[in-house]
Design a protein around this ligand. Structure first.
Ligand code: SF4
Ligand code: SF4
Length: 160
């Protein structure tokens, strides 16, 4: 008798679970304006990305191809998994004084965990988080990027 009771109980529980699941489906079916999912990639033009979304570290340059990176290496030290490599060069100014400058700010996007530590640590605000997210490539070497653009230089007045 107990076995029959348990059998019926399980059937009723199964039906109740099904109704619960269908209730959610029905709710979204009859109130489409409440959908949180979006049609992608058809909605690229209107895609809304949350402000806090972290897609990729970038180094902004101004219209004169200037950036704020001094080559100090603090971002490299603070990156927990070695996603940043700083290669510096020495510049000599008109007075003969030597000064360190960035040669290549190398960023391994494929290793980055988007923790934001490098950006928080940068003393000059030279790097920021971008919201780009379509990073799929066939060749993973393409995920290694040089953030300072060719021929770029440091902005006037930026100090270590
Ligand atoms: S976001 Fe984090 S993991 Fe990515 S480069 Fe910066 S410190 Fe490294
Ligand atoms: S990005 Fe910022 S922390 Fe990194 S080397 Fe350049 S100035 Fe230093």
């Amino acid at each position: 008798m107990k076995a029959i009771y348990n059998y019926i109980k399980e059937i009723l529980q199964g039906i109740w679970t099904l109704i619960t699941g269908m209730r959610v489906t029905a709710k979204y079916f009859f109130t489409p304006w409440k959908h949180v999912t979006q049609q992608y990639p058809e909605n690229r033009e209107t895609l809304k990305i949350a402000e806090r979304f972290r897609g990729e570290v970038i180094m902004p340059h101004n219209e004169n191809n200037e950036h704020k990176c001094t080559g100090c290496g603090i971002c490299e030290i603070n990156c927990p998994n070695g996603s940043i490599e700083i290669i510096t060069k020495t510049l000599v100014n008109e007075e003969g004084k030597k000064k360190r400058a960035i040669d290549q700010h190398i960023y391994h996007l494929g290793m980055c965990t988007f923790c934001n530590l490098c950006i928080k640590a940068c003393p000059t605000g030279a790097i920021v988080m971008d919201q780009t997210f379509e990073h799929a490539v066939w060749d993973r070497t393409l995920l290694t990027k040089v953030l300072n653009k060719p021929g770029s230089k440091i902005m006037e007045g930026v100090k270590e």
